[in-house]
Every structure is written in structure tokens, then in C-alpha cells.
Write a protein that binds this ligand. Structure first.
Ligand SMILES: [Mg+2]
Length: 276
């Protein structure tokens, strides 16, 4: 029997806040503040350290906005009368502070009963075991496990927790490609599990850039019209009136997205393409 769960990252996937990561010098003085997006690529210099205090502040979280893009995804899932469960995965520190807020938020916004056990804070006790996990399936026992990177070890610990609860179909929604890729290890550890990764990139900024620098000549938009609309809105001259852009595509025309990349339609498929 299929038992599925949709697991959402918190910061910049479900909620966008003003929370910043501080960079401190060796004396503990603040050098700069990073947005969560900048934080993912920042390299600490000698003597520097990160300070995550904003991320344990529920006040800042509750003043954040729920991303419409992700909200639409959850509403679509609910609209189809799903029997799936929902979970949250967050690197935020104190689960006892955040869980009550998230449970209320899901009840109020979506009518979803979020279970406390399905809120995974990476600091919670279950995941401290990621340091010396020894009861994993082959080929990840003992020594092999300690050779994995930390994101992959955490992914395995979470996957094992979900598998032990009977889930065999796991969808992860995250604005970090690295996290989504680390979770691919699930497929090696538990070949019977279906793992689906969903990259949260509400304005198509990252995916468009990835296409531009790739070797690909064209790429079909799997969410078709909906993606085309987001791309038009954020990356074309018809930004203020995406409907006008869609009309051009429907009539067989092309819309330029800059740097030699075009949006076009082939039959019922919407495509990104490189100009010849
Ligand atoms: Mg995130």
C-alpha cells in the first residue's frame, strides 16, 4: 500500500522572514548579516563564526510571509483529496518553540493536522544520532556511514525515521538544491521507497540561470502554462501583463528572456530554448 508524505523545508520554502545569519569575528563582534540565500554560499574566514539567533526567534518567524508559490502547491495537493501526511524539516534550533506555531499555521491555513512527530528540527534528539548511526541498511552501515557528508547522514536518519513509520513515498520541497540532492541517498539506502524532489524557486531565477549555463538547447516546462506564466512575469518585458505574453506563445510566437534564451510553445508543450 502506498503511504505518502510531503515534507517541506521551512525558511525560504514555506515562510520568508527577515531573519538573518550574523557573521561574528573571533571577539564575537558582528561583521555582517547574511540572508538565508547568501548564507548557503558564504565561506567563513579564519576566526569567523555564524550566529543563528534570529532563527530561534518565533516572533520573527510569525511575522514572516507564507510563500504563495508553496501555499498553492499545498492547496493543490489538498484539493485532490489527498490521504498524504505532511511534515516539516528545518535547520532551526528549538523545536519546542517552533512546533506549536507550525501546527497552528497548518491548521489555520490549510486545515491540515500537522503531527508533532513529523516536524523534524535537525537539532532534535533523533538526529544527534547522525554522528554514529550504525543500524542502517547496507550499504550504509558502520564505517561507510561516517564517510558520508553531514547532509547525507541527516537525510538517512530522517529517511529511516519515515520508513519506520510506514511511509514509502516521500516528497521533499526545498529551496536548496544541495538538500534535495543529499536526500537522493534515500534511493540507495531504501530502494523500495519512492523519493521525489521539488525545487522551490518561486520566480524561476535559479532554474533559468541553470538552463542558460547548461549544454541543453531546449527544456520542456513540466508544469507547462503555470511555469510559463511565472517566467513571463519575472523575466520578460511582458512582466506586468503575463497574459499578453501567453497569448503571443499561443499564437506560435516567441518571447525573449534575454541572453539568447527564448520561451516558446510547441504543440501543447511550453519550452525554454536557446536562440540559434
Ligand atoms: Mg530553506
Amino acid at each position: 500500500m502506498r503511504r505518502s508524505i510531503h515534507v517541506f523545508d521551512l525558511d525560504d520554502t514555506l515562510i520568508r522572514t527577515e531573519a538573518k545569519v550574523r557573521v561574528l569575528d573571533s571577539e564575537g563582534r558582528k561583521l555582517r548579516s547574511l540572508t538565508p540565500a547568501d548564507f548557503t554560499t558564504y565561506k567563513l574566514q579564519t576566526g569567523e563564526s555564524f550566529d543563528f539567533r534570529d532563527f530561534s526567534d518565533v516572533g520573527i518567524l510569525s511575522r514572516g510571509i507564507v510563500l504563495k508559490y508553496t501555499r498553492d502547491i499545498i492547496e493543490t495537493i489538498m484539493h485532490h483529496g489527498t490521504e498524504s501526511d505532511f511534515g516539516i524539516l528545518t535547520a532551526r534550533g528549538d523545536k519546542r518553540l517552533h512546533a506549536p506555531f507550525l501546527i497552528r499555521l497548518f491548521a489555520a491555513l490549510f486545515g491540515i493536522r500537522l503531527k508533532n512527530a513529523l516536524i523534524f528540527a535537525l537539532s532534535d534528539d533523533r538526529f544527534l544520532r547522525h554522528k554514529e548511526k550504525s543500524d542502517l541498511p547496507e550499504p550504509f552501515q558502520g564505517k561507510r556511514f561516517t564517510q558520508l557528508g553531514i547532509p547525507e547522514r541527516k537525510a538517512l536518519v530522517i529517511a529511516q525515521d519515515l520508513v519506520s513509520r510506514g511511509y514509502n513515498d516521500i516528497s521533499l520541497y526545498d529551496d536548496s538544491r544541495e538538500n534535495l540532492n543529499a536526500f537522493k541517498i534515500i534511493c540507495k539506502a531504501f530502494p523500495e521507497i519512492v523519493y521525489k524532489s521539488h525545487f522551490i524557486d518561486p520566480t524561476w531565477k535559479v532554474r533559468l540561470e541553470e538552463f542558460k549555463v547548461s549544454e541543453l538547447r531546449q527544456k520542456t516546462l513540466t508544469s507547462g502554462r503555470k511555469s510559463a506564466e511565472l517566467i513571463l512575469e519575472n523575466h520578460s518585458r511582458s512582466g506586468k501583463d503575463p497574459e499578453a505574453g501567453l497569448k503571443i506563445l499561443d499564437e506560435g510566437g516567441e518571447v525573449s528572456l534575454g541572453r539568447g534564451v527564448l520561451l516558446r510553445k510547441d504543440g501543447s508543450r511550453f519550452l525554454l530554448a536557446k536562440a540559434d
